[in-house]
Design a binder for this molecule. Structure first.
Ligand code: GLN
Length: 474
C-alpha cells in the first residue's frame, strides 16, 4: 500500500531501500484505476512520463522520487491544462512549465495526475467543473469542496501522496477541510504565480494539499521563493519550514476572532474548534478573544474584487489565441461572442458579468473603488490583531461538505459560506486547514478542518501551531 504513504515516509523508505519511486508510481496508478472511477479526482494523467521520471529519480534531492498531483490550472509542459473548462479542454497543451513545476522537478518530484477543479477555480464544490463530477471520498453523495476539489479528494483517497492547489478565496483550505487533509495557503507573493492560469491576480496563491503538516512544510520549502517571472513574488529569504516545526505552542499567544465563532455554524464544527482551542490552551498557549470588526464586509468585498479581476484576466479567452474557436463565425465580433458563449460555463459567465459591471464607468467608484478601500480596512484589522497575537484560530467553513446537487445550488448561499477563508486572501496572509474531528450530518461523519492564520510571512508560526494541534489530536 505504498499509495497511502506521506512524503516523509517515502523519504525514509527510499533512503533505506525498502521501495523505489517506480513502485510508488505503480501503486498510485493501480489505486487510481481501481477507485478514481467513482471519485473522479483526475482529469488526465501521463503514466509514461511519470514512469520515466521515477526510473531516473535522484533520491538525494529534497523531493527525489515523490509523485505530486497538480491542479489542472497550473501549466505543465506538454500536458493539457483545461482549467476544467470546455474552452481549453481538448484544444490546449501547455507550452511551458509553471515556476512551481520547475521547482518541483528541480527538487526531484514527479508531477503525476491533473486534478479536477471548478471551472477557472470559480466555486466551492467542484460542481462548476465543465468536465466531470468529483465526489468526496468520505461520502460519495457529497461534494469534495472546491475549487481544488480534485486536489483534495485524490490525497484523501490515497490516489496521490500530495498535490498542489490554488487558493483565491479558500480553494485550498475549504476542500482540505471537507476531505480531511491538510491544505496550506502561503502569504501572497511567497510562491510564484507564473504559470498558474490567473483568476484574481491580487488574491491567487498556489499551495500544497498533504496528509500531514510536516509534508506541507516540506512542499512549502520547495515552492517558495522569488521569481523574476512574477513581479508580485517576494524577494524575501525562505526559511527551512521543517526546522522548529515541533516547537509547540507554549508561550504563544493565539487569538480567537469573535466574529468567526458567532453566527451560523454547524454545532459540531463549533464544538470541534472549541475543543482544539482548549487543547492548545492546556499545552501552554495563551488564548485571547480578539475582534476583526470588518469581517462582515469580507464576502461583498471579495465578490466585487475577484470578479472584477477575473473579467479582465479572462478577456484573453476570445477564440483567437487560446483554446476552442466557435465554428459559428461570420466576422471578428461573432468569433469573440460565440467562442465565449460556447466556451464558458454559467458561473464563469456570471463572474464576468459581475466584474464587467463593477468596473464599468458610472459604477467603478461605487463598487470597485469602494471595495478596494474596504479591503484596506480588512487588511488593517489583521495587522492590528497581529500586534497582539502570534496566530489566529478559526473554523474553515461554517458547514461540512454538502450533497451533490447537480448544479442547482443558490450561488449567493455558496458565496456566503466563504466568510472564514476570504479574509486571509484579502489580507495576503498565510492560513492552513488541518483536520479537526468530524461533524455528523444525516448519519454521515464528515471531516471538519481547523484554520490557523498568521501574520504576513508568518508561515513558520502557522505551521508550528498546526503541527502542535496535529500532535494533540493524534
Ligand atoms: N469559493 C471562492 C470562489 O468561488 C474561492 C475560489 C478560489 O479560492 N479559487 O471564488
Amino acid at each position: 500500500m505504498l499509495n497511502t504513504k506521506t512524503i516523509s515516509e517515502l523519504k525514509v523508505g527510499y533512503a533505506s531501500g525498502d521501495f523505489t519511486p517506480l513502485e510508488v508510481v505503480t501503486s498510485l496508478e493501480s489505486a487510481i484505476s481501481t477507485r478514481d472511477g467513482e471519485i473522479g479526482s483526475f482529469l488526465s494523467r501521463n503514466l509514461d512520463a511519470a514512469v520515466a521520471q521515477a526510473e531516473a529519480a535522484d533520491l538525494s534531492l529534497p523531493l527525489g522520487g515523490v509523485p505530486i498531483a497538480i491542479k489542472d490550472n497550473i501549466n505543465v509542459l506538454g500536458e493539457p491544462c483545461t482549467c476544467a473548462s470546455k474552452f481549453l479542454s481538448g484544444s490546449y497543451q501547455s507550452p511551458y512549465n509553471a515556476t512551481v513545476i520547475n521547482k518541483l522537478i528541480a527538487a526531484g518530484a514527479i508531477p503525476f495526475g491533473r486534478a479536477n477543479l471548478d471551472e477557472f477555480a470559480m466555486g466551492s464544490a467542484t460542481e462548476n467543473s465543465a468536465l466531470q463530477v468529483t465526489r468526496n471520498p468520505h461520502d460519495l453523495d457529497r461534494v469534495p469542496g472546491g475549487s481544488s476539489g480534485g486536489s483534495a479528494a485524490c490525497v484523501a483517497a490515497d490516489l496521490a501522496i500530495a498535490s498542489l492547489g490554488s487558493d483565491t478565496g479558500g480553494s485550498i483550505r475549504q476542500p482540505a477541510s471537507h476531505c480531511g487533509v491538510v491544505g496550506f495557503k502561503p502569504s501572497y507573493g511567497r510562491v510564484s504565480r507564473y504559470g498558474l492560469v490567473a483568476f484574481a491576480s491580487s488574491l491567487d496563491q498556489i499551495g500544497p494539499l498533504t496528509k500531514s503538516v510536516t509534508d506541507a512544510a516540506l512542499l512549502t520549502n520547495v515552492l517558495s521563493g522569488h521569481d523574476k517571472m512574477d513581479s508580485t513574488s517576494l524577494d524575501a529569504a525562505v526559511p527551512d519550514y521543517t526546522e522548529g516545526l515541533e516547537a509547540g505552542v507554549k508561550g504563544k499567544k493565539i487569538g480567537v476572532p469573535k466574529e468567526y465563532l458567532s453566527g451560523d455554524l454547524h454545532p459540531d464544527v463549533k464544538a470541534n474548534v472549541e475543543k482544539a482551542i482548549k487543547a492548545l490552551e492546556s499545552e501552554g498557549a495563551e488564548i485571547v478573544e480578539v475582534s476583526l470588526p470588518h469581517t462582515k464586509y469580507c464576502v461583498p468585498t471579495y465578490y466585487i474584487l475577484a470578479p472584477a479581476e477575473a473579467s479582465s484576466n479572462l478577456s484573453r479567452f476570445d477564440g483567437v489565441r487560446y483554446g476552442t474557436r466557435s465554428s459559428e463565425v461570420t466576422d471578428v465580433l461573432s468569433m469573440y461572442e460565440n467562442s465565449r458563449e460556447e466556451g464558458f460555463g454559467p458561473e464563469v459567465k456570471r463572474r464576468i458579468l459581475l466584474g464587467t459591471y463593477v468596473l464599468s464607468s458610472g459604477y467603478y467608484d461605487a463598487y470597485y473603488l469602494k471595495a478596494q478601500k474596504v479591503r484596506t480596512l480588512i487588511m488593517r484589522d489583521f495587522q492590528e490583531v497581529f500586534e497582539q497575537v502570534d496566530a489566529l484560530i478559526a473554523p474553515v467553513a461554517p458547514d461540512p461538505a454538502r450533497k451533490i446537487s447537480a448544479g442547482s445550488e443558490d450561488p449567493l448561499k455558496e458565496y456566503l459560506a466563504d466568510i472564514f477563508t476570504i479574509g486571509a486572501n484579502l489580507a495576503g496572509i498565510p492560513a492552513i486547514s488541518v483536520p479537526c474531528g468530524t461533524a455528523n450530518v444525516d448519519g454521515s461523519d464528515l471531516p471538519v478542518g481547523l484554520q490557523i492564520l498568521g501574520p504576513h510571512l508568518g508561515e513558520q508560526t502557522v505551521l508550528q501551531v498546526a503541527r502542535a494541534w496535529e500532535i494533540l489530536r493524534d
